[in-house]
Design a protein around this ligand. Structure first.
Ligand code: BEZ
Length: 402
């Protein structure tokens, strides 16, 4: 059985004064304390965007996580689960306060979050300082499993490097020589474009111009006009959620989809495809998921997700589902005793999950090792074209596990 409680949004005043406790909460390392009674429910903090341009992404992660808990009889590692939910609004400036509310005041056993790389890095800092177990179900900030890696931090999604590095070779192999990149100016955009460019230029390609606009702005017109002037062989892009819907529609409305092929990180068309409609047809992306993966785990997942939510599952739902699966494995190894830190972490680090995305395991920095698929939008679905690169392992630059 699981219950849920929603924390109210932080007031503007609390944010400005730090009244919610941004830097003031001294949190004792949670795993240093003796094991709590295994009979009390496990308290899970869900820190996700439920409003703003990434709202749908947060809701699908939440739905996927709860689906996996329901499939385990409402339990994780044999323990009932209680949820405390916070809307992080994809606002880095509120992230430390929000995380401190969950860790310091609510004393959750584990935090699951979030979507936005900038918010995630603030969460990582609190998790490192407090020792709280953190599972990142989307945000790809390379540093979270790079220099800021820690035993108590896991990711069930991807590093920003991981999803787009393979696309550099895919596009060069397709004979594309000149590319314009376009993205939001923040960590995820810079890292995804950077990884693509690293592999594209290594394979003989040239970046003609990097175009950016501030997150989460969606006034694309001037940048689309610039692309039309530059006439590259192709465009590579990262947008997600509501912003991706608008970009793909604007690009098609300008007629550029007929002359300059649009490529991107898979977030461009995942969870957005229905709203994009015909404008998305033919877009090629790389991601650790495709709608038509016909492995039994994906077929069962999509059916169960539809039955629970009446919606089609996507990568965000998969990442939430796998976050619960990972936690179940860790807690199962210690019979629900979240205080048995070392054994639990060891089991999570060694986990081999039969994920809807295909085989999922973890590297020494606790980042997924997984296939990256080349997909193309056909018939309103992200259909797999090929495995762009198998078992991709993030280099985990700067990670020293202590
Ligand atoms: C990020 O900020 O890391 C991110 C947001 C949405 C989709 C993918 C990555």
């Amino acid at each position: 059985m699981s219950t849920i409680r929603r924390l109210p949004p932080l007031s503007r005043r609390a944010l400005l004064t730090g009244a919610a406790g941004a830097a003031t909460i001294a949190v004792a390392p949670r795993f240093a304390t003796p094991a709590i009674a295994q009979t009390s429910p496990l308290k899970v903090g869900l820190m996700l965007p439920y409003t703003g341009t990434f709202a749908k992404l947060g809701q699908f992660i939440d739905d996927g996580f709860r689906l996996r808990v329901e499939q385990a009889g409402g339990k994780l590692g044999g323990r009932d689960v209680t949820f405390v939910q916070v809307d992080d609004e994809s606002k880095p400036e509120a992230a430390t306060d929000n995380m401190n509310r969950l860790v310091g005041r609510e004393k959750v056993d584990v935090v699951v979050g979030t979507v936005h790389s900038g918010v995630a890095m603030a969460m990582v800092k609190v998790a490192r300082d407090s020792g709280t177990l953190l599972i990142i179900p989307n945000a790809g900030a390379n540093d979270a499993t790079g220099p800021a890696c820690a035993p108590n931090i896991f990711r069930t999604s991807f590093s920003n490097w991981q999803t787009t590095f393979p696309m550099g070779k895919v596009m060069a192999d397709a004979g594309i020589k000149n590319v314009v990149t376009i993205t939001w100016k923040y960590t995820a955009g810079a890292e995804m474009v950077g990884a693509f460019a690293e592999n594209f230029t290594r394979n003989g390609g040239k970046i003609v111009e990097d175009l950016t606009l501030p997150f989460p702005q969606v006034e694309f017109q001037a940048l689309i006009t610039r692309i039309a002037q530059l006439k590259p062989d192709a465009v590579f892009s990262f947008f997600a959620g509501g912003g991706a819907v608008k970009f793909v529609k604007d690009y098609a409305a300008a007629g550029l989809n007929k002359t300059i092929p649009l490529y991107g990180a898979g977030f461009l068309t995942d969870g957005t495809i229905e709203a994009q409609g015909e404008a998305a047809n033919g877009i090629k992306t790389t991601l650790h998921y495709a709608d038509n993966l016909d492995n039994p785990a994906n077929v069962a997942f999509l059916k169960a997700f539809k039955a629970k939510t009446q919606k089609d599952g996507d990568i965000y739902a998969v990442q939430g589902f796998d976050a619960a699966a990972l936690l179940d494995i860790g807690l199962g190894a210690v019979k629900g005793d979240a205080g048995a830190r070392d054994t639990m972490i060891k089991a999570m680090a060694a986990a081999k999950i039969d994920s809807p995305r295909g085989p999922l395991s973890f590297n020494k920095a606790h980042n997924p090792i997984q296939n990256i698929y080349l997909r193309e939008v056909k018939n309103g679905r992200n259909e797999m074209v090929s495995i762009a690169q198998a078992a991709v392992d993030d280099p985990a630059r700067g990670c020293k596990m202590t």
